[in-house]
Design a protein around this ligand. Sequence first.
Ligand code: BGC
Length: 796
Amino acid sequence: MTDPWVVRYEGYDAQDEGRREALCTVGNGYIATRGAAADCAADDTHYPGTYGAGLFNRLEDRIEGRTVENESMVNLPNWLATRFRIDGGPWFDIDRAEILAYHQELDLRRAVLTRWLRVRDEAGRTTSVTERRLVSMDVKHACALEITYVPEDWSGRLEIRSVLDGTVGNTLVKRYRALSGDHLALVRTAVPSPESVLLEVVTNRSAIRVAMAARTEVWGNGRRIEPQRGIVDEGAVVGHHLTLDAHRSVPVTLEKIVTVFTGRDPAISEPAAEALAWLPRLGRFDDLLERHVLAWEHLWERFHLDIDSDGATVRILRLHLLHLLQSVSLNSVDLDVGVPARGLHGEAYRGHIFWDELFIFPVLNLRVPILTRSLLRYRYRRLPEARVAAREAGHSGAMFPWQSGSDGREENQSLHLNPVSGHWLPDPTARQRHVGIAVAYNVWQYYQVTDDREFLIHYGAEMLLEIARFWGSIATYDRARGRYVIRGVMGPDEFHTGYPGHEQEGIDNNAYTNVMASWVLRRGLETLHLLPAQERHELLERLDLRRQELERWEVIARTLFVPFHDGIISQFEGYDDLLELDWDAYRQKYGNIRRLDRILEAENDTVNRYKASKQADALMLFYLLSADELREVLGHLGYRLPPEAIPRTIHYYLDRTSHGSTLSAIVHSWVLARSERGRAQEFVIEALESDVADIQGGTTAEGIHLASMAGSVDLFQRCFSGLELRQDRLYLTPYWPEPLGAMEFAIRYRGHPLTLRIHGDCVEVQAAPGRQRPIEVVCRGEVAELRPGARVGFPL
Ligand code: BGC
C-alpha cells in the first residue's frame, strides 16, 4: 500500500541524488534547504543549498567581449555541515563508504526529512546513522538537525565536526558555471558560549547581512553528554569539533539548532543580535518539532485534499502542496517576495519570478488569500520600475519585466548558453510582454474570489489601469486593416523569438497577447466602475487618465487584430507561412526533443522557421477563459468562434508542440479535460510526474517546477470539479474521472471554510459552522443556498 503521506527512497543512488535533494527540500516560505546529506559538500553529486526568500545579489562577467550582469537568489551558508569519524580514521564519505542499508523519507504531514543508513568502514566497524531535520513552519528563523549515531559493533572515539559553512557559492547549475557565483563576504565569526557559534556574512553587492547561529549539544541515554569541545574557526567556517567516547550499541545524539536572520527581516534590530538572542529560546529538537507539526497540521486542514482510491496520486499532489507551501507560506506574508519559478529549491532561473504565478495563485486564492495579496503587493511595489521600463521602451503605463528579482527591473539574461551547441546566444525572451497580462489577470481573480475592495482601491486598480494603459499604448493602428495591432512581442511559446532572418525582433499579433490585451483593457475600464466615486476620481487624477485615453482603450479593446488561418486561431501573424517540421524524424534522431530550439540551433538551423512550439500558446486562451468567455471576448472583437473551431485549434497545436516547458502539460490536460478524457489523462500523468520522475531529464535537480506543481493541484481542484467563482456564486460542473472514487478537498470562499466532495454520481458541499452570510452554490443550473454548518448536494 502506498502511504499517501510519505515519499520514500530506498538505497543510495549518486546519479539520482540531485533530484532527491530538490524533492526532499525542507522549508517554510522564509528559508529552505535542499535535502542534501548533512555530511556532504557541494560537488557533482551533492549540493547542500539553502536559500532565503527574496535574497538576491548581482554579479558581472565578461563574455565574448560583453559585460553581462545577472542577479541571483543567493545560496546561503550551509548550516547542515556535520561529519563524523571513528578513532581518527577518515571522515565519513557516503561515496566511499560500504553502505549496508540506506533509506530516506520525507514525511509530508510533518515536513520532516529523515535519512537512515548503516555503514561499515575499512576497519570493519558498523555504524548506523539516523538524521532528521526540519525548517520550522512555526518559528520561521529556526532550523534543526538531529543525528543519532549507533556504534553497532564497536566502542571507541567518535569525533563530530559540526560547522556553519560560509564558503559556499552559487554553483549548482552547470550552464551557469562559467559565470561568477561568489556572492558572500565574511563579516565575522564569534563563539558567544561554549555550545554556540555565530557566522555573519554579507552579500557582496546588495549588502544584505545574513546571520546564522548554531547551538550544538550531544545527548545519550536521555542525558546531556559533555564531549570534549574544540572550536573550528577557519575563515567563513565556524563550529565545533566534538570528541567523545562511544560505546557499543549505545546511541549518541547530536542536536544542532540554528537561527537565521537577515537584513531584510522586519521587526529586528540587527541580524546577528537576533540570531543570538533567539538561539537559547528555542528549546530542543523535539520542542521545535512539536510546534512545527502543529503549524503544518493547521496548514493541512486548509489544504486538505484526498482521493479515496488513489493513494499514489494523492501523495504526489500532497508533495506538490508541500513544496508550494515551503516556497511561499504565511511566513512570506510580511516579506517583500514574489513566487520564484523554481521554488527555494535550486538555482535554475536564478530564483527569478516569471508569469508562473498565473498557475499558482488559484490554489492560494482559495485557501490563504492573504498570501496572494502579499505576493501581488510584491508586484505593486515594483510598479514604479515597470512604469520606467514602459517609458524607456517608448510606451506608457506599466511594463512588468519577464524575469523579476529584487527591484523589478528586467532580469532576463542578455546572453544564454545553449548546452547542446556550446554557443552563447542573445536571449530575446524578455519580449514576452504578456507577463503584464498575468499580473492583471491575477489581480482580477484575487478580487473575484475575495471581494477585497480595499485591496482593489489601494493597489489592484492602479496595477490594472497601468497595465491596461501599456496595452493601450503599445497597440498601433493598422490603416490597411482598420484594426489595432501589437508588433514585436513574444507569446508564451519561447521558441518563436522572431521571424526567420529577424530572430531577435519578436513576432506580430500573438493571438494570446492580443485577445488578453483586449480583456485587460475592458477589465481596466470595468474596475473604474467598481471604485467608490472619490477613490475613482483621485486615482484618475493621480494617473492623469483622461476621457480621451479611456475612449481609446474602448476602441482598441474592440478592434485588436486576431490572426486566423484555416478557421483556427493562428498563434501569431504569419505562423501559417512557416514550414512543417518532420517531428517523427527528429524524435527518431534525438529521442527527447522537448528542447527542439537547442537541437535546431546546434544543427545551424533555427526553430523560428517551423510550426513548432515549446508550450501552449494560443491554447492558453482556453486555459484562462471558459469557452463562453472566450467567445464573448472574440465576439467583442468582431470574430466568431464556431464550436467546432475549438477542438480543431486544440489538435492543430497539440500536433505541433514539443512540451519543452512543464507548464505545457498543465494547459493541455486542462483544455482536453472536457472533450477527450483519455488524452487529457496522459497530460495529467505528465503533470504529476514532471518533477517526481524528472521528465525533462535533469532539470528537477536544479529546482522544482512550482507552477507545474501548483497547476497539477489546480487541475484536480478546479478543472475536474468545474469549480468557478463568478457573479457572487460558486459554480460546480464536475468532469470527474469516476474510476478514481471520491475526491474531497477544502477551500475558503467568502469567509466560509468549505469541504467539497465529488463522486461519480453526486457532488456535495459542506460549510463549517459560523456566522457568515449564506452563499449560493450552482450545479448544472440548479441553485442552492448554503448556510454555515449546512450541506448541499447535487446528484449528477
Ligand atoms: C517557460 C516559461 C516559464 C519559465 C519559468 C520556461 O521554460 O517557457 O513559460 O515562465 O520557464 O518557469
